[in-house]
Design a binder for this molecule. Structure first.
Ligand code: SAH
Ligand code: DHB
Ligand code: MG
Length: 222
């Protein structure tokens, strides 16, 4: 679902208060040239992630689902020079594009792209003691959303912020879709959060260049 007015307003917001620069523009262009799907967050959504990380005073960020590193760049730019961002990506081809984009943005000292299925690489983060993370951005295969939130909680501290992308899917989230693993996984995530006293959460519907979708925002309270 797209709408010319939503797109025009997103462009207005982006041009006025969330302008692209060379590294962001090139990250998207090279992702497209390499054949990656055009599903990165919109610029104003990337700016939201950046602001959330800044507001949080984040120094240690975890991202699940890198693609070409576009959201990674927005998040990493909010970190101090000695900050750290680990981003998990299943596809080695996507990870290669992301590493080049991140290096061009001058963020390769801060960002580490780890290849593999996140459910296989997350346990290593626990073993290494890589957490607790100050902010976790979940934007990978939606079927595993509940498992990713459970891992985010495991790698968290009181005050950790968790953001999950694409939780509305043109409104489909509101009703069960047994044939759609992405909706099923996202609804399992809402059930998990509803039953989890350590998480305080809300979710918002959004429209824009990415159509009709939304994001979930949670905070670990204990
Ligand atoms: N966060 C990116 C978009 C991510 S798109 C941005 O906004 O710029 C989703 C990514 O998750 C894709 O690159 C896909 O390959 C990856 N992915 C899919 N399944 C995964 C898994 N099991 N583990 C880790 N990454 C996965
Ligand atoms: C899809 C994934 C995303 O992360 C996104 O922002 C949009 C679409 C998808 O898998 O279709
Ligand atoms: Mg997404």
């Amino acid at each position: 679902m797209t709408n010319p007015q939503w797109t025009a307003v997103d462009h207005y917001f982006t041009e006025t208060i969330a302008p692209a620069d060379e590294a962001l523009t090139a990250a998207l262009a090279d992702s497209t040239a390499a054949g990656l799907p055009e599903i990165a967050v919109a610029p104003n959504q990337g700016k939201l992630l950046h602001l959330l990380a800044s507001i949080q005073g984040a120094r240690n960020v975890l991202e699940i689902g890198t693609l070409g590193g576009y959201s990674t760049i927005w998040l990493a730019r909010a970190l101090p020079a000695d900050g750290r961002l680990i981003t998990l990506e299943y596809s080695p081809a996507h990870a290669d594009v992301a590493r080049a984009n991140i290096a061009r943005a001058g963020l390769d000292k801060i960002v580490e792209v780890r290849t593999g299925a996140a459910l296989d690489t997350l346990p290593h983060l626990e073993t290494e003691g890589a957490g607790p993370f100050d902010l976790v951005f979940i934007d990978a295969d939606k079927v595993n959303n509940a498992r990713y939130v459970a891992w985010a909680l495991k790698l968290s501290r009181p005050g950790t912020v968790i953001v999950v992308d694409n939780v509305v899917r043109e409104g489909r989230v509101a009703t069960p879709h047994p044939d759609d693993p992405a909706i099923t996984g996202t609804r399992e995530m809402f059930d998990l959060i509803a039953a989890e006293p350590r998480l305080d959460a809300t979710a918002l519907q959004t429209v824009g260049t990415k159509g009709y979708d939304g994001l979930l925002l949670a905070r670990v309270i204990g």
